[in-house]
Design a protein. Structure first.
Length: 537
C-alpha cells in the first residue's frame, strides 16, 4: 500500500468513525449516510482527501462530513443559499448580545469557492451553533458556578441546517425561545437604539438646569437628537424648557429619574458606548440563558435568583408563587453556588446536622472554652449516638482531628426552622425555614453560610405538595403536629434552579436590575470580552 493510500485510510477511519455515533443517534443521518459511516472507503479524490484531513482534528466537523460522504455544502452555486443564511445569521448575532466580528464576516465576504472557503464557512457555522446552543464561554471557569451545559450534537444540527428549507430560520431557532430570553433581547435592542453614534462629540459632564447656557449644551443637544430626543431651539447654547423635556424623556427611557436636569449620571449614560453597567448585565444574562438552553424551563420548577434574594415557583413560564430569600454571605467560602437539580423531599421538623466547617471553625473553639457552650446542639459520635459532653476533652482536638459531629433536635428554634427542602447535591445546599425572621425585612439579604433561607416556607411547602394532594395543608400539618422529623416525597420531583441574574424580567416583562453581590458577572464579562476577540473559528 502506498504512503498516500495508507494515510487516506487512516484519516477515513477517523472521520467515518466519528460519524458512526452521529448516525446511531440521529434520524436525520440514516440511510446512505449511515451506510457510509459503517463502511469507510479506501479510495478518495484529492478534494475528498483534503477535506478529510482538514476536519480530522475537529470532532464535530469530522462527524458531519464523514456522515455526508465528504461532500462540501458551501461551495458552488448550490451552496449560495447556505452561505447567505450563515451571513444573515451572523449579522443578526448582536441581537443575542454576541458581536458579529466573532464570526469573521469580512473573511466570509471575501471567500472564494474553493476548499479553503468550505472550511472557513464550516468552522464558523460550528462555532455559531455552539454559541447559540450553550454560550460562548464555559461557566465552570468561574468560581461558584457549577452549571452543567447540555449542548446538542453540532454535527446533527449542521446536518439539519444543510437540509432545511429555511436554513436562516433554523439557525435563529437554536437560541433559547423562552419569555425571559426574548425580554432581554428586547431591552438590548432598546438600549442599543438609545446609544448615540461614537462619531459625535461627547458632552462635558456638568449639571444643566433650565435657564443655564454654555458651549456644553451643543453636544448635549446633538447626542440627544441623534437618538430621537430632539428639541427645537432658537438659542442652541441655552438649556431651555424644551431641552429639559427632551432630557426628561431620555432619562425615563434609560431608567434614570426623569427630573429634566442633565447631571453627571445622565451625561455619562448619554456619552456611553453602550457598554454601561446595565447593558453589561443584560449581555451577561443572555449568556447565562444560553447556558440553560438545554433545560426545560416550561415545566413546573423552583427558581432561586441569588442576587435578587427571591425564590419562585414557575409553571409554564409563569410565576405562581414568590417569596423572599436569604442567601450566602459574600465571603468566598459562604457564597451560594449556582447549579440545577431535582427537589425530592419536603422535610418537616428537620434535625439540623451542623456542617463540619461550622462545627470546627465556629463551635469547637467555644467548646474548648466552655464544654457546655452551644447547649442546644447534641454532640454525636460516628455511630449516631449522643455523647455526654462531660466525657469529652475538647481541648485535645484540632479542626482536622475532631471526631464528632453536631446536631440540633427538631424545634421552633432549630437553625433550619420547621421545614427544609432537599435536592441532594455534593455541596450540601438546600432551601429551609429559619428562626431569624427579621433578616427578611432587609433589602440586602446575604447572611447565610450558603444555603437558602425562605421567607414563607409553609406556603412554599403547600405549593410544592399541591400537585400530589387535594389538601396539601393537611398533609403538611399532620407531619408538623407529630413533632417528629418527617420526609414527604415529592412525586414527581420538581426541578430547582439556583441562578444568578443581575438583569431579569419581572412578571410584567419589565427588566429589573440587581447588584452583582459576588462579583460573578464581572468575571463572566471579562471572559466574554476575551471570547469576542477570539477569531480562531
Amino acid at each position: 500500500m502506498r504512503r498516500f493510500e495508507f494515510k487516506a485510510l487512516a484519516v477515513s477511519v477517523m472521520v467515518f468513525g466519528c460519524a458512526q455515533g452521529v448516525a446511531a443517534q440521529s434520524p436525520a443521518l440514516q440511510g446512505g449516510a449511515a451506510t457510509v459511516a459503517m463502511a469507510p472507503r479506501l479510495h478518495f479524490s484529492p478534494d475528498e482527501m483534503a477535506l478529510a484531513e482538514a476536519v480530522a482534528s475537529h470532532p464535530s466537523l469530522a462527524a458531519f462530513y464523514g456522515a455526508n460522504e465528504l461532500k462540501p455544502i458551501f461551495t458552488g452555486p448550490e451552496g449560495e443559499t447556505l452561505r447567505k443564511a450563515l451571513r444573515d445569521t451572523i449579522s443578526a448575532m448582536p441581537a443575542h448580545g454576541i458581536p458579529a466580528s466573532r464570526y469573521r464576516p469580512q473573511a466570509l465576504a471575501g471567500a472564494g469557492q474553493d476548499f479553503a472557503a468550505e472550511m472557513l464557512h464550516a468552522r464558523i457555522l460550528a462555532r455559531l451553533i455552539r454559541d447559540l446552543t450553550g454560550g460562548m464561554i464555559d461557566p465552570a471557569e468561574v468560581p461558584g458556578i457549577h452549571r452543567e451545559v447540555t449542548r446538542p450534537s453540532i454535527a446533527k444540527l449542521m446536518n439539519e441546517f444543510a437540509a432545511h428549507d429555511d436554513p436562516a430560520g433554523f439557525l435563529a431557532g437554536l437560541a433559547p425561545q423562552n419569555r425571559a430570553y426574548k425580554a432581554l433581547q428586547a431591552v438590548l435592542r432598546e438600549r442599543t437604539s438609545l446609544t448615540p453614534s461614537a462619531d459625535l462629540p461627547k458632552a462635558p459632564e456638568a449639571v444643566w438646569r433650565v435657564g443655564m447656557q454654555g458651549e456644553g449644551v451643543l453636544p448635549l443637544r446633538r447626542r440627544l437628537a441623534s437618538i430621537g430626543f430632539d428639541a427645537a431651539a432658537t438659542q442652541p447654547r441655552l438649556y431651555d424648557e424644551a431641552l429639559s423635556q427632551a432630557v426628561s424623556r431620555y432619562q425615563e427611557a434609560v431608567g434614570l429619574r426623569p427630573d429634566g436636569v442633565a447631571g453627571p449620571n445622565t451625561i455619562r449614560r448619554l456619552n456611553s458606548d453602550g457598554a454601561d453597567a446595565r447593558s453589561r448585565a443584560v449581555l451577561v444574562a443572555l449568556e447565562r440563558m444560553r447556558w440553560m438552553g438545554g433545560e426545560d424551563l416550561e415545566d413546573r420548577l423552583v427558581w432561586v435568583n441569588i442576587p435578587e434574594f427571591t425564590a419562585r415557583i414557575m409553571e409554564n413560564d409563569e410565576e405562581v408563587f414568590r417569596t423572599r430569600a436569604v442567601v450566602g454571605k459574600t465571603a468566598s467560602d459562604m457564597q451560594t453556588p449556582e447549579f440545577s437539580d431535582q427537589m425530592e423531599y419536603v422535610v418537616v421538623n428537620p434535625r439540623w446536622n451542623v456542617p463540619r466547617s461550622i462545627t470546627v471553625k465556629e463551635y469547637l473553639p467555644k467548646l474548648k472554652a466552655n464544654r457546655h457552650a452551644v447547649s442546644h446542639l447534641d454532640v454525636i459520635d460516628g455511630n449516631g449516638n449522643v455523647v455526654p459532653r462531660d466525657n469529652i476533652d475538647f481541648a485535645r482536638y484540632t479542626e482536622s482531628s475532631f471526631p464528632y459531629r453536631m446536631r440540633q433536635k427538631p424545634s421552633g428554634d432549630n437553625a433550619l426552622g420547621l421545614v427544609k427542602f432537599i435536592f441532594p447535591n455534593r455541596w450540601n445546599i438546600y432551601l429551609h425555614d429559619t428562626p431569624t425572621k427579621y433578616l427578611f425585612a432587609k433589602q440586602q439579604r446575604a447572611y447565610s453560610h450558603g444555603c437558602v433561607r425562605i421567607g414563607d416556607p409553609f406556603d412554599l411547602a403547600y405549593q410544592l405538595l399541591s400537585s400530589q394532594s387535594s389538601d396539601p395543608r393537611a398533609v403538611f400539618h399532620r407531619a408538623l403536629d407529630s413533632g417528629r422529623e418527617t420526609w414527604l416525597h415529592l412525586k414527581p420531583n420538581v426541578p430547582v434552579h439556583l441562578v444568578y441574574f443581575t438583569a431579569f424580567p419581572d412578571e410584567t416583562g419589565q427588566i429589573r436590575y440587581f447588584n452583582d453581590i459576588y462579583g460573578r458577572d464581572a468575571a463572566i464579562w471579562a471572559r466574554m470580552e476575551k471570547a469576542a476577540l477570539d477569531l480562531g473559528a
